[in-house]
Write a protein that binds this ligand. Structure first.
Ligand code: EPU
Length: 353
């Protein structure tokens, strides 16, 4: 095994899509599970705090950086099990994995095309889009348990998947290092076309689209909303959605609608957009709430703005700082709170604040 390379004072801005954040005191890019374990052993013997990083597409590091070890998981490898199972190393690029699955005509993750990040990051927030979530098709997650140093497989129920949530970011936060993820997909399965944007894309078609066609459609839709990372596009310096879509009770929904009508933001005949969840609550698009407070796409202060193509994405410009991003996000949050009485939750992981 090649010796472990530890980089000192590595600028974290280079490792995140937002392009802000100070240095990591120590940084290791682990290309094998053994290297990851060795780095973790080193951190525990030195007493360094540890942060596990994938491709940095959903993280906001503070300007002061991180005072311990940032362990970047860069392991590779995809293994096909029975005809419908695929296991990918945590460091595999997510979208390359989706592409491979649809090429094999496996259905189940085609709607998750074009999402930046690594495979190992997807279970943490139960990544979802266009009606699919990874929690629907994950069979198991191979983890290193930092409590006792063992490596084992967690089953799907062990992961506690919910909307943008799992045990990995709630009850068992920081306990596990994800090493690999196994998906159980549908051979020759029909792709999921339930989300309004996709339904209208394929409306009028007699035959159902293939997983490959759904992938192409999702890529086009994401691109039109600036939700496709493109290094040549300045609007790509984002962390995707910066806020979660709030899930509210029916009572809160009625109160919010009444408040919006009083302020003239909603016609008497109109209701809030959104849909009813299986649990009977309502999921409301945060982007809609933001725009109704008067914050328009492209709204900007300093080096930070709302994307000109999607109100849920915050974009940074070169020279911006993490403090500016957080302050800007708090300003948006404050507006939504004061107009609608709804507290938006931040979606990216914020480190060091
Ligand atoms: N809308 C606006 N203004 C906008 C964009 C959207 O008012 O600029 C309203 C519209 O009413 C629209 C509704 O919001 O119909 C929903 O918009 P969209 O379909 O773009 O989805 P979203 O709810 O804003 C969520 C996910 C995205 C995911 C899309 C597609 C969250 C926090 N975000 O966004 O995920 O790609 O659905 O399924 O759940 C991410 O998490 O980083 C992410 C990009």
């Amino acid at each position: 095994m090649p010796p472990l390379t530890i980089t000192e004072n590595a600028p974290l801005a280079h490792y995140t899509t937002l392009g802000v954040g100070g240095p990591a005191r120590h940084l290791v890019e682990a290309v094998s599970e053994e290297q990851a374990l060795e780095a973790l052993d080193r951190a525990s013997s030195e007493g360094w705090p540890v942060f596990i990083l994938g491709s940095g597409s959903n993280v906001l590091f503070a300007d002061a950086g991180f005072p311990g070890l940032v362990l970047r998981i860069a392991t590779r490898g995809i293994v096909a099990g029975d005809s419908n199972r695929l296991t990918a190393a945590a460091g595999e690029e997510w979208d390359a994995f989706v592409r491979l699955s649809v090429r094999r005509e496996l259905a189940g993750i085609e709607c998750l095309s074009g999402i930046p990040g690594t495979v190992g990051a997807t279970p943490i927030q139960n990544v979802g889009a266009y009606g699919e979530e990874v929690g629907d098709t994950i069979r198991s997650v191979r983890v290193l348990d930092r409590k006792d140093g063992t490596i084992r497989d967690l089953s799907n129920p062990d992961c506690g998947f919910r909307y943008r949530s799992s045990v990995f970011c709630t009850s068992e936060r920081e306990r596990y290092v994800i090493l690999a993820v196994t998906f159980e997909l549908e051979p020759e399965g029909l792709p999921s076309v339930t989300y309004p944007d996709l339904e209208s894309f394929f409306s009028g078609r007699a035959a159902p689209p293939s997983p490959w066609e759904v992938r192409q459609a999702v890529l086009l839709i994401r691109q039109s909303k600036g939700m496709l990372l493109d290094p040549t596009d300045p609007e790509s310096r984002t962390a995707g959605s910066f806020f979660k879509n709030p899930v509210i009770s029916e009572e809160t929904l009625r109160d919010t609608e009444a408040a919006a009508r009083r302020l003239g933001l909603l016609a008497e005949s109109q209701g809030l957009p959104g849909f009813k969840t299986a649990a009977g609550d309502y999921k409301i698009p945060a982007a809609w709430l933001i725009e109704r407070t008067g914050i328009k796409k492209g709204f900007s202060t300093g080096h930070v703005s709302i994307s000109s193509r999607h109100a849920l994405a915050i974009v940074t410009r070169p020279g911006g700082t993490a403090a500016e991003v957080l302050e800007f996000a708090q300003q948006v949050r404050g507006r939504v709170q004061s107009v609608f009485g709804i507290a938006l939750e931040l979606e990216p992981v914020c480190v060091g604040f």
